[in-house]
Design a protein around this ligand. Structure first.
Ligand SMILES: Nc1nc2c(c(=O)[nH]1)N=C([C@H](O)[C@H](O)COP(=O)(O)OP(=O)(O)OP(=O)(O)O)CN2
Ligand SMILES: [Zn+2]
Length: 133
């Protein structure tokens, strides 16, 4: 059976500041410098599913369903939000790495074994990829 990778691209904008509860204020300022202050990003999210094609439909999954799941379980929680208000980021700094893991965790119950990769572009230069490892 051929294996196909199916990717959906979405965008969201969020405010955040980088701060770790494991560091002192002085250390936080040192480590995160300008990112210790509140600022925002226009994120580009790419979610990739990996699976076989259902013979009858010709699809790994209907992209309309994929879109709805990402909208409901990720974009609704992150778009035009301050990430510092989310419970998850009370314990983890809202770095691109941790946001990618947060997104994976939100999607995993809905896509199951089909979920292959979450790719989060924070700036033109910075991208985090998480594959559930
Ligand atoms: N490992 C990580 N390091 C940093 C993260 C991160 O998520 N993971 N995030 C930041 C800042 O929040 C932000 O992403 C960096 O902003 P900025 O320096 O403005 O963006 P660029 O790196 O693209 O800008 P350059 O022009 O290339 O300097 C910092 N570190
Ligand atoms: Zn930032």
């Amino acid at each position: 059976m051929p294996i196909v990778y199916l990717t959906r691209k979405e965008h969201f904008s969020s405010a955040h500041r980088l701060e770790s509860k494991y560091l002192t204020e002085i250390q936080n300022r040192e480590v995160y410098s300008k990112c210790f202050g509140i600022h925002g990003h226009n994120y580009t999210l790419k979610v990739t599913l990996r699976g076989t094609i259902v013979k009858e439909t010709g699809m790994v999954i209907n992209i309309t369903d994929m879109k709805r799941i990402i909208q409901e379980h990720v974009l609704k929680k992150l778009d035009h939000k301050n990430l510092g208000d989310l419970e998850y980021f009370q314990n983890e700094p809202s770095t691109a790495e941790n946001i990618a893991i947060f997104i994976w965790n939100e999607l995993k119950p809905h896509f199951g074994d089909l979920l292959y990769e979450v790719k989060l572009k924070e700036t033109e230069n910075n991208t985090a990829i998480y594959r559930g490892e």
